[in-house]
Design a protein around this ligand. Structure first.
Ligand code: SER
Length: 310
């Protein structure tokens, strides 16, 4: 029986992952933690400092935690405002978890990576698992280094760290905090409140995206797969669909002709331009049966329903 800790439980992925795991794990075996004082949920909540190895170790031992979902990170756009703090949080919290896995205190870990590991010299379309990678953000550098460290620990210390490179995540309840793909969530909220949306990317910027329900399914599916099936020891490419700001704007304008989007790209354009347009995810499909349920149209419809915009 696993005893599970989610670090970053109140964030964009953590909120839905906590809910999903609470349906399959007994109340007593699931623990949430984040930097806030309490959880939005009634699930068990621990105040843990992910940057303190001793604090993490104590909480993990005291609660007999065997499995950790480490989701806490500073994202691509926000990370550029304070590169050293981003590096410190993203890397040192990961090292704490990797070392607890090395010591066999925790048996299994999930840690998300991102399409931010790719850079200008990566192939743009149907970007494969293995391609040149020169990330241009500190977030991307930390994710690429983190992936390599996961592989190193898995191979050298026989740990069980699993990871997925997520595309931009579209979710309805908890917004992302400071990513380059955040426009894909923000635009729905502007639409709902009847405001003009000022998009920080050019209208034809195509990026890989994924709907939150598919994110949660992918994590649960990967974590259930027998370790021996997993050929990728760093982090798996997965794809949902690809879209541009213009594509969403057109869908929303079809619903309400009054809705307006203006395009004023900022520093995030350069980041978006360095990322792939689409992702090839053959290894995830072959090794653990990954298949997305949500394409572009289904995601837009689901967001409209969930945000009560009909
Ligand atoms: N959605 C993230 C970001 O934009 C990418 O992982 O930073």
């Amino acid at each position: 029986m696993s005893r599970v800790l989610i670090i970053g439980s109140e964030g964009q992925i953590g909120t839905q992952l906590s809910l999903a795991l609470s349906k399959i794990i007994d109340f007593d075996n699931l623990f949430l933690s984040d930097i806030c004082d309490q959880s939005k949920t009634d699930l068990k909540y621990l105040r843990v400092d992910a940057l303190s190895y001793d604090d993490l170790k104590k909480n993990i031992l005291d609660n007999d935690i065997t499995e950790v979902y480490h989701l806490a990170a500073i994202l691509s756009a926000k990370g550029e405002k304070d590169p050293m703090r981003t590096w410190d949080l993203n890397m040192n919290s990961l090292f704490n978890i990797l070392n607890l896995a090395k010591e066999k205190i925790i048996k299994k870990v999930f840690w998300p990576s991102s399409i931010a590991v790719f850079g200008d010299n990566s192939s743009k379309n149907n970007t494969p698992q293995f391609t040149d990678k020169e990330p241009i953000t500190v977030y991307g550098i930390s994710k690429l280094s983190g992936e390599n460290w996961c592989k190193y620990y898995n191979e050298r210390y026989d740990t069980d760290i699993r990871s997925i490179r997520f595309p931009g995540v579209i979710s309805y309840d908890t917004p992302p905090g400071g990513g380059t793909t955040d426009y894909a969530v923000d635009i729905f909220h502007s639409f709902k409140s009847g405001k003009i949306y000022n998009c920080f990317l050019k209208e034809d910027t195509t990026l890989p995206m994924i709907y939150i329900d598919d994110v949660i399914n992918s994590i649960i599916k990967l974590m259930k797969t027998p370790k021996d099936n997993l050929r990728i020891k760093s982090s798996y490419n997965i794809s949902g669909f690809s879209m541009s700001p213009k594509m969403i704007a057109e869908e929303l304008i079809n619903i309400n002709k009054e809705f307006k989007v203006e395009y004023n790209s900022d520093f995030r354009q350069k980041i978006a331009d360095s990322w792939p347009n689409s992702i090839k995810d053959k290894y995830a499909r072959e090794d653990w049966g990954w298949k997305e349920n949500f394409d572009f149209k289904k995601t837009v419809n689901e967001m409209i329903t969930k945000l009560n915009m009909k």
